[in-house]
Design a protein around this ligand. Structure first.
Ligand code: 13P
Length: 287
């Protein structure tokens, strides 16, 4: 069932668990995430970066594929298709393409400009029934060409953006996209606590979910995180399983070269990673 992310995140915040956002790259990825969500009876958010949208031949292709798959696989759990780290222009493209949720990442603008653009997009998104995520304080590292310094958000600025009526707020708390470096200092729970004190019921978003230890994830949820984004970890498990298949020479035996066979172990690996995260985030059985 395609829905906006608003209701599922309100429920998650009230129920002290988090909904996973899993970024998708192709048909296999989408099917793996959707079927796992259904098997786990969990709400889910499919994240689409601008780069992934381009790779899949455009945002409309992605939206139409997800909608058709929800119907043909009879997916009854709540599913949102969400633009990840959108520019102002990409937000409008995704609204037109039929997404149910967008993220406007205005974290690199001066706060006044971030506020003005976020406000406009909140009005447009809500008028059309979409949910919207905003960001304060950039997330570190690089994801599909979006580079951030990894700063900690100013809680007062978070409050200003939250008051615009966004449905979820990403605040930088020392989190990084991709693998964490060995000298990573960990999440700033002090910042997260201060943000949650000022923003109250607002579901907070933790980007860079790959590689954050389970105890930090649980603490973040206890401090108001209701959405956790995972991208790299599915890529790593998919690629490791594909590598094992090729290295075992399975593509050389019988019809092992058939792309549906080559991609099968990676597909199962994504499913296992998504299930593990849903269990850790506490969203299993919460559809
Ligand atoms: P990771 O790739 O580190 O899991 O981050 C995902 C993310 O935050 C998507 O916006």
């Amino acid at each position: 069932m395609l829905v906006s992310a608003a209701e599922m995140l309100k429920k998650a915040k009230a129920g002290h668990y988090a909904v996973g956002q899993f970024n998708i790259n192709n048909l296999e990825w989408t099917k793996a995430v959707l079927t796992t969500a259904q098997e786990c009876n969990s709400p889910v958010i499919l994240g689409v970066s601008a780069g992934a949208g381009k790779y899949m031949a455009g945002f409309k292709v992605v939206a139409d594929m997800v909608k058709a798959m929800i119907e043909s696989l009879n997916i009854t759990v709540p599913v949102a298709i969400h633009l990840d780290h959108g520019t102002y222009e990409d937000c409008y493209k995704c609204i037109k393409a039929g997404f149910s949720s967008i993220m406007f990442d205005g974290s690199h603008y001066p706060i006044e400009e971030n506020i003005a653009k976020t406000q406009e997009l909140v009005n447009v998104a809500h008028a059309l029934g979409l949910s919207i995520e905003a960001e304060v304080g950039s997330i570190g590292g690089e994801e599909d060409g979006v580079v951030g310094m990894g700063e900690c958000a100013d809680p007062e600025e978070c409050k200003k953006i939250a008051d615009l009526g966004v449905d979820m707020l990403a605040a930088g708390i020392g989190n990084i996209h991709g693998k964490y470096p060995a000298n990573w200092k960990g999440l700033s729970f002090e910042t997260l606590d201060a943000v949650q004190q000022l923003t109250g019921e607002m579901p907070l978003v933790l980007h860079g979910g790959t590689g954050i230890p389970a105890d930090m994830i649980q603490k973040a949820i206890s401090l108001g995180v209701s959405k956790i984004n995972v991208n790299t970890e599915c890529q790593l498990s998919f690629t490791a399983a594909t590598r094992a298949y090729i290295e075992a020479g399975k593509d050389l035996s019988g019809k092992g070269f058939d792309p549906r066979k080559v991609l099968a172990p990676g597909y199962e690996a994504i499913k296992a990673t998504v299930k593990e995260k849903m269990e850790l985030f506490g969203s299993v059985g919460k559809a």
